[in-house]
Design a protein around this ligand. Structure first.
Ligand SMILES: [Zn+2]
Ligand SMILES: [Zn+2]
Length: 234
C-alpha cells in the first residue's frame, strides 16, 4: 500500500521530492528540480564561437572545428549548455521517458536563448529522429513544436531520416561520412525562407551542416540552428 502511495505521489509531485539528475532529496524547492550540486554543474554557454556556438575557453578567438570545415551551410548554431554529465542526464531522461516537467525545463532554457538571439524567422523545423520512433521521444520535434506554439511561427517537417545508424561513438571523419545521404528533403516550400533548425545535441556539426545543405539546395535563404547542448572541444 505504501509503495502504491509513493508511486502515485511520485507521479504527481516528482519535482518536489528528488533531484532529477542524482536523486538526492531537494532541500528547498526551486523550479529547476536540481539539487544545489547538480545545479552548480549546469554549464551555460556564455562565450560562444560565432559560428558553431561552442564555448570558447582560455580566451580563444577562433574555433578549430569551424576553421577546418570546408563549407558551412548554416549561419550559426547556438546551444544552451555545454554537454556535460548533468546535461547528458537531463537530455537522456527526457528522450527515454519524456517526462513533461523535464521537457518543460529544457524548453524554457531553449526559449530564453531564442529570445536573446532576436532572430527573424519564417519557419521552424527540426532534425528528424535517427532512431526507432516507438522507443524514444523525439526531443528536437517536441521542442520545435513547443517553440512554434509559443511564437506562432509555422512548424514544418522539412526533412526525413533515411538512415538509422547512430552517430554515437563515431569519430569526426566517420560522422561526416555517416550523415551524407542520411536525410531526405520533404517536398515543401522553403524558398527564400529564414529557417530555424532545432536539434538536441551539437557534436561536430556534421548533422546540422548536412540538414542545412539540403534546405539551402532547395532554396532556403538562411539557416540558424538552436540546440540544447554542445559537446566541448579541447
Ligand atoms: Zn542532484
Ligand atoms: Zn566553432
Amino acid at each position: 500500500m505504501k509503495n502504491i502511495f509513493n508511486y502515485i505521489s511520485n507521479l504527481l509531485f516528482p519535482q518536489k521530492l528528488k533531484c532529477i539528475v542524482c536523486k538526492n532529496e531537494l532541500c528547498n524547492s526551486n523550479n529547476m528540480y536540481l539539487c544545489k550540486n547538480c545545479f552548480n554543474n549546469v554549464f551555460y554557454i556564455k562565450n560562444p564561437c560565432p559560428t558553431c556556438g561552442d564555448e570558447m575557453l582560455n580566451g580563444n578567438t577562433y574555433c578549430l572545428n569551424c576553421k577546418n570545415r570546408a563549407v558551412t551551410y548554416f549561419k550559426f548554431n547556438r546551444s544552451v549548455f555545454v554537454y556535460n554529465n548533468v546535461a547528458k542526464n537531463l537530455i537522456t531522461r527526457a528522450k527515454f521517458r519524456g517526462e513533461k516537467y523535464l521537457v518543460a525545463f529544457l524548453f524554457d532554457e531553449l526559449y530564453k536563448l531564442y529570445i536573446n538571439l532576436n532572430l527573424s524567422i519564417d519557419l521552424i523545423t527540426y532534425v528528424p529522429s535517427k532512431t526507432n520512433k516507438d522507443r524514444f521521444y523525439n526531443i528536437p520535434e517536441l521542442l520545435a513544436k513547443k517553440l512554434s506554439d509559443k511564437t506562432a511561427i509555422p512548424l514544418i517537417k522539412t526533412l526525413e531520416c533515411i538512415k538509422t545508424d547512430e552517430q554515437k561513438n563515431k569519430d569526426f571523419t566517420s560522422r561526416q561520412i555517416n550523415v551524407k545521404n542520411a536525410f531526405k528533403f520533404i517536398n515543401c516550400d522553403v524558398k527564400y525562407k529564414n529557417i530555424l533548425l532545432i536539434d538536441d545535441i551539437y557534436t561536430t556539426g556534421a548533422t546540422i551542416n548536412e540538414c542545412s545543405k539540403l534546405l539551402k539546395t532547395h532554396g532556403a535563404q538562411t539557416i540558424y540552428a538552436l540546440t540544447l547542448a554542445h559537446t566541448l572541444k579541447k
